[in-house]
Ligand binder design. Structure first.
Ligand code: RIB
Ligand code: CA
Length: 311
């Protein structure tokens, strides 16, 4: 079976970094580009981080397209307290060898979609995808499906109502949810079933690879944040669930839903509503419901172990 052509729209972000490395190491996927968006940190930093990650993985064949610097819905906030001021755990990095394309994210996605069927994986706020739909509505004819990490069936992680990727730009999410395309959503109630532990950090360090070392180092502050606020060092693999869904569409149990986003509301702005009524069983929009973490972690370990060792 030919690898799935895909573009990853991202706001790296330490869990984005794991998801991106998983995608780059998976033969089922043909990663054409990383397109960047404001989210965990500002666009300047998320774009630099995309270049850093591709340079670390020695993948200059993958394009970097800069996307939107500001949410459609106006000012929100970043998550530097979770991902570090630079977005990747505040390590020191060499100047990246991978350059940014002159083509902006929206035009890059549209061009590559028209060349051949394309899967879009969005693991940050949905500003770029909404802008793509507004600027080129016919793009839906060329998109096989969209897989996003975002939303929450029950409680958010920024406010009790809102998950971060939706909270940053609820207006963009509403546009994407209303799009005429197949949409698979991996919300917090799914992603919290997938996590790494200190044993996995030790595994990464024992790989004796640049990628393993860097991922372990940048995940340490993420583990510390969780220990401080949640009481354990579980490393929730939010974004990797969107990539895992494309690698193996049988791995995550999904349900058809009607998906809506709250864009007004003093306390509920950014909330996602997933109606799982039987009326929506065949909906083109689905939410991830269940995943087996040991199977996911085993695959992640196998794939990350394929990066070259340091000597
Ligand atoms: O709520 C989790 C999401 O917000 C992930 O995409 C993480 O990278 C942050 O962007
Ligand atoms: Ca992200």
């Amino acid at each position: 079976m030919a690898p799935t052509r895909l573009i990853i729209d991202t706001d790296p972000g330490v869990d984005d970094a794991v998801a991106i490395m998983l995608a780059l190491a998976s033969p089922e996927l043909d990663v054409l580009a990383l397109t960047t968006v404001v989210g965990n940190v500002e666009l300047e930093k998320t774009t630099l981080n995309a270049r850093r990650l591709l340079s670390l993985a020695r993948r200059s064949d993958v394009l970097v397209g800069r996307g939107c610097a500001d949410p459609i819905g106006g000012v929100s906030g970043t998550a530097a307290e979770v991902h570090g001021q630079d977005g990747l755990g505040d390590l020191s990095w060499p100047e990246p060898t991978v350059k940014e394309s002159d083509e902006d994210a929206i035009e890059m996605i549209y061009r590559l979609a028209k060349e051949a069927p394309l899967t879009l994986v969005a693991i940050g706020p949905l500003t770029n995808l909404a802008t793509l739909l507004q600027r080129h509505p016919d793009v839906v004819e060329h998109i096989e499906r969209v897989v996003i990490m975002g939303g929450a069936s029950f409680e958010g992680n920024v406010t009790p109502a809102a998950e971060f990727n939706i909270w940053v730009d609820p207006e963009a999410a509403a546009i994407v949810f209303a799009g005429d395309w197949k949409l698979d959503i991996m919300p917090l109630d799914l992603t919290h079933q997938a996590y790494l532990t200190d044993d996995d950090l030790a595994f990464l360090r024992d790989l004796n690879s640049e990628v393993g070392d860097r991922l372990a180092a940048m995940l340490e502050p993420y583990a510390k944040f969780h220990e401080e606020w949640v009481g354990n060092r579980d490393l929730i693999m939010h974004d990797a669930m969107a990539i895992y869904e494309v690698i193996d569409p049988t791995a995550i149990k999904k349900s058809g839903v009607k998906a809506d986003v709250e864009t007004s509301g003093i306390h509920s702005r950014g909330a996602t509503w997933f109606s799982r009524s039987f009326h929506h069983a065949e909906s083109p929009t689905r939410v991830g419901v269940k995943v087996h973490n040991p199977t996911f972690v085993q695959l992640l370990r196998e794939r990350l172990a394929t990066f070259p060792s340091k000597n």
